[in-house]
Design a protein around this ligand. Structure first.
Ligand code: UDP
Ligand code: MG
Length: 316
């Protein structure tokens, strides 16, 4: 299998027939073997019957997974990844806001030697105030924090080589952070401008509150990619910093006491110093506990702390 498309579907009954056509049209022109996995995320409308009918009509390409309830877009994508077989994976929304006709262009970029090609909705057709503006700020923040330079993390339409999708699981709203995880395993990443359509049928499932979730997820992701194999650097670094500040304050207080006879305990700096010392020491201890956890995490799953791109004269 060359190519797997993964499409999360939640209450999209009116979009699906057009989507089927559009996917078939752009896939047939490619000359690759392909499958599309529709993940019905507990839809309450007619999406599942529509999908089942399609699977029956086109058993060669169309596969369907149906959740017992709504677990969210990220979970739907994760399931699609688990059940797909293609060497290349393309993710795509079901609401026709992404255009399947862009897929050949993404694949061509992969052929140029990239492991991940990200779609960029340069002319995005969503609500400017609740979606586009906060999303622009979030994109900049993510790029700045993670060092992965992309304009549009939120665009579902992206193409991936399978190996860069292995080695991490998706939680919360984290599908937009796949490029960050992929970058941490050494993927070559690029982006291309893709079409974006306004939604014609059904309505969006998200609003402003999503930006908050994205920012919280960013903390977790940054910690995971930067410190998950060496948490003591973060906790110990913070702890040592606090203890050094504490020591300087104490030194200052002692000098004042010795040469200018100012009482040590009368100054609020004294409490500050003691507090910084305790916090710093605690933080170091937490770092040590985190180091133990990391060993459990990597060793229980036999997860290596590195990723290999090629091997020469070495078998599996
Ligand atoms: N979706 C999903 N589960 C959810 C919410 C959304 O599978 O809980 C799907 C939805 O059917 C669509 C895609 O995820 O295919 C993107 O959702 P939506 O169009 O509402 O997001 P937006 O384009 O407004 O960011
Ligand atoms: Mg949409």
């Amino acid at each position: 299998m060359n190519l797997s498309l993964i499409v999360p579907v939640y209450n999209e009954q009116d979009n699906l027939p057009l989507l089927f056509e559009s996917i078939k049209e752009s896939m047939d022109s490619l000359g690759k073997t392909w499958e599309v996995i529709y993940v019905d995320d507990g839809s309450r409308d007619n999406s599942l019957p529509v999908l089942s009918a399609q699977a029956e009509k086109d058993p060669e390409h169309s596969r369907v997974i149906s959740f017992r309830r709504n677990f969210g877009q990220t979970a739907a994508i994760a399931a699609g990844l688990d059940y797909s077989q293609g060497e290349i994976v393309v993710l795509l929304d079901a609401d026709l806001q992404n255009d399947p006709r862009d897929i050949p262009m993404l694949l061509q970029k992969l052929d140029e030697g990239y492991d991940l090609v990200s779609g960029w909705r340069k002319q995005r057709k969503d609500n400017a105030i609740t979606r586009n503006f906060p999303s622009m700020l979030a994109n900049r923040l993510i790029s700045w924090v993670t060092g992965v330079q992309l304009h549009d993390y939120g665009c579902t339409l992206k193409a991936y080589r399978r190996p860069v999708l292995e080695g991490f699981r998706l939680y919360g709203e984290m599908h937009r952070f796949i490029p960050v995880f992929a970058n941490s395993v050494g993927a070559r990443i690029t982006e291309v401008v893709v079409n974006h359509q306004p939604r014609r049928f059904g309505k969006t499932k998200y609003g402003l509150e999503r930006t908050v979730k994205v920012i919280l997820d960013l903390f977790t992701v940054k910690f995971l990619v930067s410190y998950s194999s060496k948490p003591i650097y973060l906790f110990g670094g913070t702890g040592m910093g606090l203890m050094v500040i504490s020591a300087f304050i104490m030194l200052y207080l002692m000098i004042r006491r010795l040469f200018f006879l100012v009482s040590v305990t009368g100054s609020p700096l004294f409490q500050t110093s003691v507090m910084f010392f305790i916090l710093g020491f605690q933080s170091m201890l937490m770092g040590l506990i985190a180091e133990l956890l990391v060993r459990t995490y990597h060793e229980s799953q036999r997860k290596p702390t590195y990723t290999v791109r090629t091997r020469i004269n070495i078998d599996d």
